[in-house]
Design a protein around this ligand. Structure first.
Ligand SMILES: NC(=O)c1ccc[n+]([C@@H]2O[C@H](COP(=O)([O-])OP(=O)(O)OC[C@H]3O[C@@H](n4cnc5c(N)ncnc54)[C@H](OP(=O)(O)O)[C@@H]3O)[C@@H](O)[C@H]2O)c1
Length: 306
């Protein structure tokens, strides 16, 4: 199906790691951008983008061609206490519901909502079984958050809005996100496998993610959930080996089991679910739709970013 050119879009959570890159690409393409943010007064945006608060999403959405929703508190920012878990859930479901309410209130509503979710939807796969969009939801906190988040976004379908849901893998970027945090111990000669290192690590280069979000907004063939991951997920041990090669540092001789115990101790459930478990998630839908990955392999991505 033909690409629809975008003229005016709304980006909720456009001040974050992914949002900033997306807004930059949109502005560069001549698209008018409104960023929904909790702090419109202090948001630093590229010229051509305008910040707006969450008081009246319908007003921002009226007449826009598309809305992207990336809002949510940082999943890995601090330990998952019961209170923190509630914040993580609410900071995703709440803004998504507010956007859908805003869409309901529009006379000329955007044709598409591109909503973030995460590969956390699938939970941990016990072995290296490849997962695709057809795989079922997992069990535990992250799958529950992702299911509630996606259900809130899919409610926009009843308003005639196409909903494309990007299940993001670990986003690799030069500044921000997980990569600098993973690279730091390696740079300091203290990089180590976590556990047996066989857990899947499904990632995507920020450049490809932005291109995929734009493709999903512009092309009606992107409908429902799709995995925003690169075609080559790898094990944690392989990723770490590539990182150590790229940074010209050997891995530290710390037994994986000891490193895993440290992670459990320091981060609790968050460390277990995000670092010690994983899954090999493939971008089945993107591949069927012929999405042109610029960084399909981790070697290419790391070479570009480090
Ligand atoms: N980066 C990854 O590796 C990764 C992986 C999987 C899934 N994801 C998901 O993809 C989305 C974008 O990721 P990102 O890395 O760009 O995240 P990020 O850098 O943490 O940015 C998220 C944005 O959400 C907004 N936000 C936070 N709490 C909010 C709340 N309570 N209400 C409304 N807005 C709130 C913030 O904007 P303001 O402060 O301006 O309001 C922030 O800029 C996130 O939802 C994240 O969970 C990311």
């Amino acid at each position: 199906m033909a690409e629809q050119p975008l003229q005016r879009v709304v980006v909720a959570g456009g001040t974050g790691l992914v949002g900033r890159a997306l807004v930059k690409a949109l502005v560069r393409a001549g698209v008018e951008v409104v960023v929904l943010t909790r702090r419109p007064g202090s948001a630093v945006l590229p010229p051509g983008a305008r910040a707006q608060g969450w008081e009246d999403p319908a007003e921002a959405l009226e007449g826009a061609d598309a809305v992207f929703n990336l809002a949510g508190e940082g999943i890995a920012d601090r330990r998952w206490t019961a209170k923190r878990k509630q914040i993580l859930l609410q900071s995703r479901v709440g803004p998504t519901e507010a956007l859908v309410e805003g869409l309901r209130g529009c006379t000329h509503r955007p044709a598409v909502l591109v909503n973030a979710s995460a590969i956390g939807y699938y939970g941990a796969a016990p072995d290296d079984t490849p997962l695709s969009e057809l795989s079922p939801a997992g069990t535990g906190f992250l799958p529950e958050v992702c299911q509630a988040w996606e259900a809130a976004a899919l409610a926009a379908r009843s308003l005639g809005v196409r909903v494309a849901i990007a299940r993001l893998g670990m986003v690799l970027a030069r500044n921000g996100g997980a990569l600098p945090k993973m690279a730091l111990p390696v740079r300091l000669w203290a990089g180590s496998r976590l556990g047996d290192g066989r857990q899947g690590l499904s990632w995507i280069h920020l450049h490809d993610l932005v291109a995929m979000l734009l493709a999903a907004a512009g092309n009606p063939a992107w409908e429902g959930p799709f995995n925003a991951t690169a075609p080559e997920p790898v094990s944690q041990a392989v990723f770490l080996r590539l990182l150590s090669k790229q940074l010209h540092r050997p891995l530290a001789p710390i037994p994986g089991v000891l490193a895993a115990a440290g992670v459990r101790l320091a981060l609790g459930e968050l460390g277990r679910d995000l670092l010690l478990r994983g899954a090999f998630v493939h971008p089945g839908k993107a591949e069927v739709l012929g999405f042109p990955f610029r960084f399909p392999s981790p070697e290419e991505a790391l070479l570009d970013l480090l």
